[in-house]
Design a protein around this ligand. Structure first.
Ligand code: BTN
Length: 260
């Protein structure tokens, strides 16, 4: 498959695998094995089948063969060197990728999707896409491995939705179309981010953010608390109004539950 890339970031090195444990693991292993900095910025790995796909907090990511677009790409952090630390960089990338996917689904399939902070895209309260960013240091270089699982065709699991189920136009769903168009859109977004700032995405991201004004359950000093999410702060903590009307900052973790 030839990727026509305007800027040359993605597609210069592209691997298609029929079956692999996980596309993120594949890139991690290749990074660890390489003698010099051999893997190019933007190297992209796409798999038909993943046997050990995973998401945040090591949760199992289930996908049915050929029904979900499962792919990962490598980004060298120097590319985004303006960012002060890896945590902020991966939060920015997570939100920018989620926004790009929301806009892509609207443009190509007339699907109204939303960003579910911190790393998912939802349609009608069901997950259509998950994003996993891992920061890796290897041979004195810092990398982000970005994994994306986007459901193209209907799955058996009712917690998920797919482009096939939600699309509102007659555009055909094909792997090569999704791959080429989505990678180009992501590439454009990354270049825009490098040349400008996260600030330029912030308003648009907030306009598509589904967790604002939603109820959240979180833990503070091991105590279960309830509140309402008012905003996402610049350090990516949540600004929450508690039941006692106090405003506090809460860092999202695996125990946070947001009632959508
Ligand atoms: C999540 O839901 O927390 C993120 C899911 C990310 C899944 C993708 S599929 C391609 C890549 N390979 C993996 O093992 N995970 C990511």
């Amino acid at each position: 498959m030839k990727i026509i890339s305007k800027t040359g970031l993605f597609g210069s090195d592209f691997v298609f695998l029929k079956k692999i444990n996980s596309t993120n693991l594949f890139l991690k292993e290749k990074l660890a094995q390489q003698k010099k900095n051999f893997l190019k910025n933007g190297t992209t790995v796409w798999a038909w089948e993943q046997t050990q796909g995973y998401g945040r907090y090591n949760r199992k990511w289930q996908s049915q063969n050929g029904k979900t677009a499962t792919f990962s790409f490598l980004l060298e952090s120097f590319f985004f060197k303006k960012q002060s630390n890896n945590f902020i960089l991966s939060c920015h990338l997570n939100q920018i990728i989620a926004l790009t996917i929301v806009l892509f689904l609207k443009k190509q399939f007339n699907i109204k999707a939303e960003i579910k902070f911190p790393n998912d895209v939802y349609v009608n309260k069901k997950k259509i896409c998950g994003i996993l960013i891992e920061n890796i240091s290897e041979k004195k270089n810092d990398y982000c491995i970005v994994g994306i699982g986007l459901n193209l065709f209907s799955l058996q699991n009712d917690d998920f939705c797919s482009i096939e189920k939600e699309k509102k136009n007659s555009t055909k769903i094909s792997f090569s179309f999704i791959f080429k168009e989505l990678l180009n859109d992501l590439q454009d977004a990354f270049f825009f981010y490098c040349q400008n700032d996260y600030f330029f995405f912030k308003k648009k991201i907030n306009n598509h953010q589904m967790i604002l004004n939603k109820e959240v359950i979180f833990y503070q000093d091991e105590e279960k608390q309830h509140g309402k999410i008012i905003a996402i702060n610049d350090d990516f903590s949540l600004l929450v109004k508690t039941l006692s009307k106090k405003q506090i900052n809460v860092f999202y973790d695996d125990r946070c539950q947001i009632n959508l």
